[in-house]
Structures are given as C-alpha cells and as structure tokens.
Design a protein around this ligand. Structure first.
Ligand code: ZN
Ligand code: ZN
Length: 214
C-alpha cells in the first residue's frame, strides 16, 4: 500500500514537472517548433507557424464574444432568409443567404487571422538588444517595436499596424487582419440593409394580402 502510494505520488510529481516545463516554454518566447500547431503567445492562442515562428492564425482572449455574436448572426440570418423572405420573393432568399454568408466569412476571417503579432525576442538576444536600443523593445512583452506597432494590454502582445482592440472579434485589429475587418464591416452594413428591406417589403406584402372592406 505504501509502495503504491509512493508510486502514485512520484507519477504525480513527474507529470506536474512536465506540465510546468511545457507551460513555461510556450508562454511567451520565440517558437522554435516549426512543426508545432499550437502555442500561447501573451494572451493569444496561435496556430500554424511559418519557419520564423510567426503564426498564420491567432485567436484572442475574448473568443466567447465571437461565439455569442456569431450565434446571433446565424439565428437572425436564418429567420430572415428562410422564414420571412420566402413570403416576399425567392430572390430575397438568395440575397439573404449570400449576405449572411459574406458576413459570417468576413467575421470568421477577422477572428482567425493573425492581426500582426510581433513575436517576443528570446532572453539572450534581448539582453544585447536592450542595452543598445532600449526604446526599440516593448517593455511589456519584449518584442521589437515597429513604427506602427502598439502594445495591447488585453492581448498581452505588440501588434504591427495596430488599429484598435475589438472584443467582438476577440482581439486586436491590425495590419494582418485589416482587410478581413473591412469585409466584416461591409457585410454588417449589407446585413442591416437586408434585414430592414425584408421587414419593409414583408409589411407591404401583408397589407396587399389583407382583404379590402367594401
Ligand atoms: Zn508589447
Ligand atoms: Zn488587443
């Protein structure tokens, strides 16, 4: 019994050590794992890295906002496209499907694309760099700044071409996902116009169908 307890406790200690080592190695610094598919950089969940350790996909800390708003878009889009629009015209169903799909694609692209994370420098390089060019290194995340970069305290990383932090897309909007963000905004405007027109046309259709009093 004592033996089995000691054995279990050893296994527990070894597992804890491995987990701690893993957490430490993936927390901030340059990803040396070319084949890695996931690492956490600051507050960002990053996927698919190139040979310089730059992730193609990066999901921000506010990902629950994306799930929430995406659900609302899908529910509203489905109600208008498949329930209200068929009363007006089949064209309104096609338009509704295209507008909702465009919005979801633009939104998901903004949510998934790396906004331009500047990868923090490893410790040893940092020592050299910080002595020669203090103001070129971000003191928060230890990344080398660019003229358009800014540190985001929500994402805990520096973003190249930083525009603003948008919780609805889960993270910052920057150089890397700006085009997707414009597509998302355009889709949102088109979606609002479509919803308003569907309501107006449906009202007109219902009024026409109402039997006239003599
Ligand atoms: Zn920074
Ligand atoms: Zn941010």
């Amino acid at each position: 019994m004592i033996f089995s307890n000691r054995f279990a406790s050893n296994i527990y200690t070894v597992c804890k050590e491995i987990i701690n080592m893993k957490l430490k190695s993936i927390k901030y610094f340059r990803i040396k794992l070319n084949n890695a598919w996931y690492a956490k950089i600051g507050g960002m969940h990053c996927f698919i890295f190139d040979k310089n350790g730059v992730p193609a996909l990066a999901i921000g800390p506010h990902w629950p906002f994306y799930i929430g708003l995406l659900s609302v878009i899908l529910v509203v889009g489905s109600i208008f496209t498949f329930y209200l629009a068929p009363d007006i015209s089949p064209y309104m169903v096609y338009i509704g499907f295209c507008v909702t799909s465009f919005l979801v694609i633009g939104y998901t692209g903004t949510f998934l694309r790396n906004p331009g994370i500047l990868i923090p420098e490893p410790d040893d390089e940092l020592e050299l760099e910080s002595q020669t060019s203090q103001n070129k290194i971000c003191l928060e995340c230890k990344a080398t700044k660019t003229p358009t970069s800014e540190h985001c305290y929500s994402c805990e990383v520096c973003i190249d071409g930083h525009d603003h932090h948008c919780p609805w897309t889960s993270k910052c909007v920057g150089k890397g996902n700006m085009i997707w963000f414009y597509a998302f905004l355009f889709g949102l405007v088109a979606f609002i116009v479509y919803v308003s027109l569907t309501l107006a046309f449906r009202q007109r259709t219902l009024l026409r169908r109402r039997p006239k009093k003599d």
